[in-house]
Design a protein around this ligand. Sequence first.
Ligand SMILES: [Zn+2]
Length: 207
Amino acid sequence: MSADPSFGLTGETPARSAGRPQYSAAAHRPRASSTSAVEVRRSARRSRTVSAYREGDRTIVLIPARMSEAEEQRWVGVMLDKLAAQESKRVIGGGELAERAERLSGQYLDGRARPASVRWVTNQNTRWGSCTPAEGSIRLSHRLQGMPEYVVDYVLLHELAHLLVPGHGPRFWRLLEAYPRTERARGYLEGVVAAERLPHLPAARER
Ligand SMILES: [Zn+2]
């Protein structure tokens, strides 16, 4: 399985440590509905237009007040697809990547991880991210581009944490417990790898 692209972050298992001083996994587990919540707001001022945007974990869909339930359902679906398509085309630039790293370090690692460089690389197909602590350099695989931002942030935070703690012992995973979407991001990446291994069914089998 050496050619398997899953190994970067997905081959790792968080260690269960008994005496966690500050964080409990349960307290930081994302609520099931929190990332998929859609809030529909009806507006009397709108007559025809529908729009949608993300607000934190939620998606807000603005529709005309008079729209029927059936139309509302249809439009919510359309707008969710549209947003997802837009987001999947968005590439985070190099400067923004460094800013994100700084923000994540400040938010989850007390600002202790200070990378000298953070960049995308295209020669990294077997790992999602890597770092060289001696240089303070972090590299993210371009395969992450187009994935949800919480996934990119997870990989970035993972590598930032490696600047502080090498390896994947309990101390390392404790650093990541504060990030509320660690489990979700790991599941997403596992799903990507699993999907690549699934047999490609004939088109007729798809809806
Ligand atoms: Zn790692």
